[in-house]
Design a protein around this ligand. Sequence first.
Ligand code: FEO
Ligand code: CA
Ligand code: CA
Length: 678
Amino acid sequence: MSNHDLIDSEDIPCNLTQNTHFQEIVEQAQKRRGFIKKGLGLSAAMFLAGPLAACSGGTDTGSGKKEQDGKDKEDDKGKDKEPTAALLGFEGIKFSTADSVVVPAGYTASVMAPWGTPLVSGAPAWRGDGSESAADQAKQVGENHDGIHFFPLDGEKGGGSNNEEGLLVMNHEYCTTTKLADKSPAYQFLFGADASNTNPWSEEKAHKAMNAHGVSVMHIKRNAQGKWDIVKDSKFNRRITAQTEMELTGPVAGDVLVRTNADPSGRQVFGTINNCGNGWTPWGTYLTCEENFNNYFGTKADDDQRTAEQKRYGLSAKGTSYRWEEVIDRFDYVKEPNESNRFGWIVEIDPFNPDSMPKKRTALGRIKHENAAYRLAEDGRIVVYSGDDQANDYIYKFVSDGKFVQGGDNSKLLDSGKLYVAKFNNDKASEGFLGKGEWLLLDRDANPLLAADPRFVNQASVLVYTRLAADVVGATKMDRPEWVAVHPTNGDVYVTLTNNSSRTEGDEGPNPRPQNRYGQIVSWRETGGDATATTFEWDLFVLAGNPNVYGKDDPRSGSSNITKENTFNSPDGLGFDKFGRLWIQSDGAYSNTGDYEGQGNNQMLCADPNTKEIRRFLVGPKSCEVTGIAFTPDSKTMFINIQHPGEAGDSQWPDMNGGIPRSATVVITKNDGGVIGS
Ligand code: FEO
Ligand code: CA
Ligand code: CA
């Protein structure tokens, strides 16, 4: 979701606890280690010579490595000592403010499946004037593309290594809204360029908005010209919307907290909303993450009647900008107080079975899930990491009870397990790490703090009120956790902390970066490399900043792997390719002035986790964010999404015909047929 000059709901903290903020831990650790700017495990040679000099050699006998060896023994003893081949084979590009997608020389980017593309049989073509009905929108690709994954097709099932055909599954996070002159909310694009045509408001219009949300499953295939097409009338093509029937599973299913007038069973839910980032499983299912579900629940009542729990989750006190609560009772929290408890989950979808019912997996907790990144433990248990995107909220980890069996029935694996929340400490850690951390178990019976709290009568209440349980056990407040990504071979975990505009001078404690405008990426390694471990060691991978504006001794210039050439703000999307390249996407300010001078439009960068070098790979069109990362198995086709181009009223992308701008997928290939980024 957008981050531009408006304040998003995620920017406003709902966490009123006295729990320690991560920035205090960082400050303490940095004081002990004696650096702020040079740190991050980078050698002095790298800092002085610039990142390109240190890693372009490519091999352990190259000049770059040799130079590093002579300069900083401490860092060489750390986790980055492994010699590696150069991962970044492209020339980083300049910032751009153009209304187009820019990629490095030797690459091609092409648009596919923009919002409104006919998907399901009988869908009308995109009209461009917002005149489609709710029923039409339910058959077309939804609005505001976000998380995305490519599942290769092996005949009629998943698996294999098909680089030519597969199921591309993607999220549609939200509908872009705006404010009219009288400050009333309106949809910016959904009903045409004239937003005032949301008046009069109606149930049909609310249903159209609901159908623009959710997930698209697209059967795609590469044609003889090398372009990807949606396979027309494929049985796999599917839209899942904010009205699709789904099932609550796991410990919360049937609990009193999720029963409603329409569903006394507490198991049958309609719809998924604010599907932000994503994940997938080794058994071929897609995970869609419900993020800012709170923004859809308000009331027509005159006064704020929210409970403490509803406030902690940030429900709207009165009306919402989506206006569903005006015409559909379940979105009015006064009329249906438990409906919002049925959102905020990770939802598992089997894309290979078009008739399958999506499952809301409650064992993974109810937060504003950004994405879900899995790792298989050595014993076969599945571990899923997820961040809660709100200023001063937390990072979580789920460890399944059961074990993954290749080709077996894994359909219950996400229904039982242990849920943990992260606590970062500043105790002395191994070389190459800034501090240690621990995973605090959110188990009502095992944790005396939770057992003693009358709000938690059973484990279901811990999971419905995950944030409150994490408050009680003393989790560490973070700067808006966005995507989590797991390194494909060493299992190190990385998370983007996008920014935190809510912290101001005076209330940040010893924070070295009050008003964290730029964000950072934190990494950690589980103790012993064991994904199920309950302790870890952590480090900072990059502090984003702007050396065009701030001198090198000012922390706002960022860490030493930030240069005038690669500067960016607000890291958000994050993912590894199978070779270990770390892809970083931004969703931040795009003014290109003031603090953001020389950063241009939102973008995608590529980092080498070993050298920590970062190069800019792609820049998006005006006032978009770049989000979602997927590859074909050979890593020679990359799919990313451009979300909300033109939300500031300044883009015509991708049609460039003066009409409504629209989110779309961008397919990236290397002209020589090589691996993306190589
Ligand atoms: Fe939907 Fe936190 O981005
Ligand atoms: Ca995001
Ligand atoms: Ca964001």
